[in-house]
Design a binder for this molecule. Structure first.
Ligand code: ADP
Length: 479
């Protein structure tokens, strides 16, 4: 059986009171009995000594004198001759009752003895007289025993009452003593259930206060640790999902060209394919292989970007105009095919950024290429660059604007995600896998820049890349 802390406390209090009360009762009882017996003995001796001379004088009427003494001292009186013979007694039973007390008195000292006679216990005291006569007084001990018994009853009643009071006090004390423990148990149970909002008091300056404070610090540490673990778990789950999606997307992107290459190659292996069809099929195989090559190239670029740290980037002052011109030249053939004009006149010759030249070119090429791709036939792509100061540091805002179909608002927040395409069919036509803008964003951010997009359906799209300008000499911190 498991007892609660309170029951144990009450039980220990009660046991303590029981033991203490029992010992007090026992020793009091003993002391009282011994004291009463001694008082009786002393009284009998005093009375005997006081009466012996008188008894010796009245020896001629021994029975009368013994009866008179017996009446006065209220005890049984026996008078003995020097040789031990009884000469007078206040009661007939006393005559034949000879004990060691008489022998002692005859030898000259006060004799005393306690023994039973006729079912009663009696105390005898015998005193010697000057003439050798012995006077013996006897009194039953029953009186003493009765007094002791009455006292014992009173003590028992008193101690029972004391016990009851002690039990009530013990219950009250245990309630007060166990309250903090109960509160602590409730709080600890709530903490164990993960309820860290459970209020924890500061506690007093006693041991419980120390415990409360320890519990409080434990709870806050636990809360922080669990918070960290939950965050870590969520982060890992997110990473797992990203990885899983990435692998699935890559596989999906590769499957189409691989299936197509397989199909055409199988047809080509047959001897009955006419030569003009062969040439067509080889062209398709070539296009699909190019597409796969471009995808692999983009994947490599992404993984390289992820692997390298911010400090690994080669930073230098880069003229935006020269890069914009170079990009315009690169896309010229493609733009011409779609009768799109690429205008870089809006790029300020003084627009210089502090960045990785290859990175900036890659960003611009991607944006301009997209603008040509998704712009309308015969449309216009405008590249502008203006120095911009604000938000503490000077920068350059590079804009790539087209007058194409635009991007619907619900797609805008997601176009920088990997493999996200607004119109998969159209995108695929251009060989796009939805990785271009993800790479752009990654690159821009790794160069401490930012990218924003605005678009209106049927009007066009505007990408704005902000990159930091080089620090002016006065700004550079001296080494
Ligand atoms: P992709 O390689 O497929 O072009 P991107 O990451 O470069 O992938 O672009 C993601 C998607 O955003 C594209 O599939 C396209 O639908 C849309 N998009 C990008 N640029 C433009 C633009 N200038 N005008 C309209 N849509 C665009």
């Amino acid at each position: 059986m498991t007892l609660s802390f309170r029951s144990k406390l009450v039980a220990s209090h009660v046991a303590l009171v029981l033991v203490a009360g029992g010992i007090a009762l026992f020793s009091l009882d003993r002391a009282l009995a011994a004291d009463l017996a001694r008082q009786l003995d002393q009284r009998l001796e005093d009375q005997g000594k006081g009466a012996i001379e008188w008894a010796e004088g009245g020896k001629r009427h021994p029975d009368r004198i013994t009866t008179r003494i017996a009446n006065i001292v209220e005890a049984e009186v026996t008078l003995f001759e020097k040789d031990g013979t009884v000469i007078g007694a206040s009661s007939p039973e006393a005559r034949g009752d000879l004990g060691p007390e008489v022998a002692a008195a005859r030898a000259g000292s006060v004799g005393r003895a306690t023994r039973a006679r006729g079912g009663r216990e009696l105390h005898y005291v015998a005193v010697p007289g000057a003439e050798g006569t012995v006077l013996r007084l006897a009194q039953p001990l029953s009186e003493v025993n009765e007094t002791v018994a009455a006292m014992r009853r009173r003590l028992l009643v008193a101690s029972t009452l004391a016990m009851l009071v002690a039990v009530v006090l013990a219950i009250l004390a245990s309630r007060v003593a166990s309250r903090p423990i109960q509160e602590m148990t409730t709080t600890a149970t709530r903490l164990a259930r993960g309820d860290f909002e459970a209020p924890i008091p500061e506690g007093d300056r006693d041991e419980f206060g120390v415990l409360w404070r320890a519990l409080k610090s434990l709870a806050s540490q636990l809360k922080a640790r669990i918070g960290e673990l939950v965050e870590e778990r969520d982060r890992l789950q997110r990473l797992m999902t990203i990885r899983r999606d990435f692998v699935a997307n890559v596989s999906h992107e590769l499957r189409t060209p691989v299936t197509s290459i397989q199909g055409y190659a199988e047809t080509l292996l047959r001897d009955d394919t006419p030569p003009e069809t062969r040439a067509q099929f080889i062209e398709v195989i070539h296009r699909q292989a190019q597409r796969m090559g471009a995808l692999v190239e983009q994947l490599l670029a992404l993984s390289e970007l992820e692997a390298r740290g911010r400090d690994d980037l080669a930073r230098e002052s880069v003229s935006v105009l020269s890069i914009a011109r170079h990009v315009a030249e690169t896309v010229a053939g493609h733009a011409e095919a779609r009768s799109v004009t690429v205008d870089v006149d809006g790029v300020d010759a003084s627009a210089v950024v502090f960045a990785d030249p290859e990175g900036v070119e890659r960003v611009l090429l991607n944006l301009v290429d997209n603008a040509v791709n998704y712009g309308k036939d015969g449309g216009k792509v405008t590249v502008r660059a203006t120095a911009e100061s604000g938000r503490g540091r000077e920068g350059v805002a590079i804009e790539v604007v087209d007058d194409g179909d635009g991007i619907a608002a619900q797609h805008l927040p997601r176009i920088f995600e990997r493999f996200y395409r607004v119109d998969a069919g159209r995108s695929r036509q251009h060989g796009g896998a939805g990785l271009g803008l993800a790479i752009v964003k990654h690159l821009v951010e790794s160069m401490d820049g930012a990218i924003e997009v605005e678009s209106e359906l049927g009007v066009g799209t505007r990408f704005v890349v902000t990159l930091p300008a080089p620090r002016r000499p006065s700004e550079t911190t001296p080494l």
